[in-house]
Design a protein around this ligand. Structure first.
Ligand SMILES: [Zn+2]
Length: 49
């Protein structure tokens, strides 16, 4: 089952992206490098718990 998750910038803690993942196959927390409009650079974004 796919669930919507929120990706949070690890530097400014803002919620920049939403995506979805299949929790049946992806057990670990997502961690992606994304462009943060607030930091104005690529930062790591983590799945909000
Ligand atoms: Zn940021």
């Amino acid at each position: 089952m796919r669930e919507v998750i929120t990706l949070v910038c690890t530097e400014c803690k803002r919620k920049n992206y939403t995506t979805n993942k299949n929790k049946a196959t992806v057990k670990e927390r997502l961690e992606l490098s994304k462009f943060c409009n607030w930091c104005r650079k690529y930062t790591k974004h983590k799945e909000e718990k």
